[in-house]
Design a protein around this ligand. Structure first.
Ligand code: PRP
Length: 184
């Protein structure tokens, strides 16, 4: 029987590494947002960030809220298109809130750059970014992540929320997809 793990060339971040990274990032956020008087809202970018967001935010030890957005940049293929489209927007006002955008990965940087400017125009008190994975070799715009988890090489990764053609998101670890899967 064909199993998902047969399509994985090697594991880049196992469950332990992911857990440690979530702990590290949550500790940084806990230290940076001690003021409970202002709302801290996590804007979770669907779909890839869902697993990361739940593991991260469960470790945040102060009151906070969660909102969701959906933007598209890849389609169903491997290469980034260079354009993003907001297909699900926030349903509420974020004026005066401290915002942290939660992403599974920063690649070209276009998605986070565009989202940061968009949310800043809506009157947020501050907008910061948190990404589990960072592929600096792929950057096409000048964009740094405030809370950065694991720097990875320019390989096609899946698992723990990241997909290829919508599959593999449910792998509990992050692995490099065997090129034979997408070059067939
Ligand atoms: C991925 C990822 C980021 C974006 C990063 O989303 O979740 O949103 O691409 O790429 P960039 O830095 O080049 O802009 P994707 O469009 O694959 O959607 P998904 O999360 O629903 O899989």
């Amino acid at each position: 029987m064909h199993q998902m793990k047969d399509d994985i060339k090697y594991i880049l971040a196992d469950e332990k590494k992911i857990e440690g990274t979530c702990e590290k990032l949550a500790a940084q956020i806990n230290a940076d947002y001690p003021d409970h008087d202002r709302e801290l809202v996590f804007v979770i970018v669907l779909k890839g960030s869902v697993f990361f967001a739940t593991d991260l935010i469960r470790r945040v030890n102060r009151p906070c809220t969660m909102e969701f957005m959906k933007v598209s940049s890849y389609g169903s293929g491997v290469e980034t298109s260079g354009f993003i489209q907001v297909s699900l927007d926030l349903k509420r006002d974020i004026k005066d809130a401290d915002v942290i955008i939660v992403e599974d990965i920063i690649d070209s940087g276009r998605t986070l750059q565009k989202l940061c400017s968009l949310l800043a125009t809506r009157g947020a008190h501050s907008v910061k970014t948190c990404a589990l994975l960072d592929k600096p070799e792929r950057r096409q715009v000048d964009m740094e992540v405030d809370y950065s988890g694991i720097v990875i090489p320019d390989e096609f990764v899946v698992g723990y929320g990241l997909d290829y053609a919508e599959y593999y998101r449910n792998l509990p670890y992050i692995g490099v997809l065997d090129p034979s899967v997408y070059s067939e």
